[in-house]
Design a protein around this ligand. Structure first.
Ligand code: HEM
Length: 248
């Protein structure tokens, strides 16, 4: 591997504490959501009872709430956080973005990619895609939590829809929609019709997220092996080690 422009490695403070906590909490939540989600998806094949499936959905939603709060905080942090955590530094675009991207690809091919303290130009595309997929999964998940379990934040409205306005729908909240006698057949049917595309989108995004996670981990490993910048440990310590002057 070519090591041109080599200089003594220098430590740079990059990721602030909020970003690091977000990252690892997000990893834990997403992994748990995937595991419970896969069981829900294959519940029939795995012989899970209907009551068991409801419990799994409740567990999935509780983890989903932690995931949601963490993600929302990160989206806000994009406006107020440290320099390298801000939208300007993590999304593709801005002045010289195309030029920097082609310089990065050229350098990467020659084994001498320019160094970045924050995300490199290609990394920014990956981050944008992942944050978009996570946000879409959060929104569709919250809708499903409302339509399937009548859980907040939208459960009240969906229960009202399913039972007909004016009914005492509070008893539905948190229960499996098995209380058929409380439901207004037409309202329930139209609510389920509204729900259908959200289940499909939630499932499609789940597959896209799995693909994005594999690509993200592969990109991190390849960059770390080439750059030896301590990319992975930087997400714990906040510090990266570069042997070239960083572009940013
Ligand atoms: C990265 C985040 C997430 C992943 C990877 C994920 C994954 C999955 C998967 C694979 C399923 C099974 C799909 C199916 O049965 O068709 C599922 C179902 C579900 N998810 Fe998520 N999920 C995530 C986030 C959330 C969030 C944030 C919530 C709500 C707070 C949520 C609520 C639900 C609900 C209620 C179901 C049951 C839907 C059904 O009836 O099938 N999910 N999720």
């Amino acid at each position: 591997m070519k090591q041109s422009n080599s200089a003594p490695r220098q430590a740079y403070k990059v990721w602030d504490r909020t970003t690091r906590i977000f990252h690892w909490l997000n990893v834990i939540c997403v992994l748990l959501l995937i595991v419970v989600g896969v069981i829900i998806l294959n519940a029939t094949m795995l012989g899970v009872s209907p009551e068991g499936k409801v419990s799994l959905k409740i567990l999935h939603v509780y983890i989903g709430y932690i995931f949601t709060l963490n993600l929302l905080w990160r989206l806000v942090w994009g406006f107020v956080g440290g320099k390298y955590s801000r939208w300007k530094s993590i999304l593709p675009g801005g002045k010289d973005y195309i030029k920097q991207s082609s310089a990065y690809v050229d350098g990467f091919r020659k084994g001498d990619a320019p160094a970045y303290k924050g995300h490199n130009p290609l990394g920014r595309i990956m981050i944008a895609v992942m944050l978009f997929l996570l946000s879409a999964q959060m929104v569709t998940g919250l809708v499903l939590a409302g339509t399937d379990l009548y859980f907040p934040p939208f459960g009240h409205e969906f229960a009202e829809w399913a039972t007909g306005a004016g009914e005492n729908h509070s008893m539905l909240i948190g229960l499996e929609p098995g209380q058929k006698e409380m439901l207004d057949p037409e309202g329930y049917a139209s609510m389920r019709e509204f729900r259908a595309p959200f289940v499909e989108i939630h499932e499609i995004i789940f597959y896209l997220l799995m693909l994005a996670i594999v690509l993200h981990v592969a990109a991190v490993v390849i960059t770390e092996v080439r750059e030896r910048s301590g990319l992975v440990s930087a997400m714990f310590s906040g510090i990266k080690y570069l042997d070239k002057k960083p572009v940013d």
